[in-house]
Design a protein around this ligand. Sequence first.
Ligand code: SF4
Length: 367
Amino acid sequence: RPAPAPAPLATSRRPSRRIMVGPVPVGDGAPVSVQSMTTTPTADVNATLQQIAELTAAGCQIVRVAVPSQDDADALPVIARKARIPVIADIHFQPRYVFAAIDAGCAAVRVNPGNIKKFDDKVGQIARAAADAGVPIRIGVNAGSLDPRLLARHGTATPEALVESALWECSLFEEHGFTDLKLSVKHHDPRVMIAAYRQLAARCDYPLHLGVTEAGPLLQGTVKSAVAFGVLLAEGIGDTVRVSLSAPPVEEIKVGRQILQALGLQERTLEIVSCPSCGRAQVDVYRLTEQVSAAFDGFPIPLRVAVMGCVVNGPGEAREADLGVASGNGKGQIFVKGQVVATVPESQIVDALIEEALKLADAGAED
Ligand code: SF4
């Protein structure tokens, strides 16, 4: 029989307040959710809604849109109403767009204290408007736009400076009785970012949004984010995540979900256990793995599928998976739940796996 799934890595999540981003609970043990940000001009309503739909289909749970101009602010009511997931308005520089976003029905607003110079004297009004509308606010501190006063004091964007900025901004809202907050302290260096989040986690009970900012292109950004999120989430720190990539935002969602699934914090949809191939391989493992990944993309039930190149580790891994193939001599032994059910030529392996997967899905539907 396949081995039972191991427990999630973190033994317990960091206790925190809970906020609601639209219908999505964040903090206080709620499932860690995956976010991304649209890359279309927000004022282009159709393009933005189209991208939000693609992100939603990929598993995005909360989406952020940039609001750099009045045209973008004007587009928010339609976007907030038509998107199927909660929309957060991302606002730098202009407090008046915060009010527009709240009025537009956005699920939350992200502000960056370093970039809102005339923010301090508006906090009371923002707190009142947000409280009246039940809209939480994320205070998003970024190393690249740290408040100049803190930069001068700390010399550079140290973990202490990032945390001080976030907590100082919180205190402004707290003075007005507003605590419906989520915080982030992003840095491009995972070591600084990890240190900052650890300090922040110890010094407040607000939910935390994790991000390695400007993490870079797909491979580098994936590795940086996986390392940083892995460390923090394994310590129970983090309530939402955004993988920042110089790549289409759907990739951010795929990577974010893979990280959560690898940590046992989100149910696996599809897991491919495939070998790296070596001189013993008796089929083209790379091609077979690609074909299996493509064939099972979006499969309606969660599955672990093993694709193994020879009999050294093949039968063992194939037996542990829901479905598997152990190859040898240009043929594949097809395993289902630990049992060999067929032996087929290499050209028929993918079809045979799909056929067996459909039987599993049918059996599951009948349970
Ligand atoms: Fe090599 Fe076989 Fe292991 Fe694949 S399963 S890496 S082909 S020894």
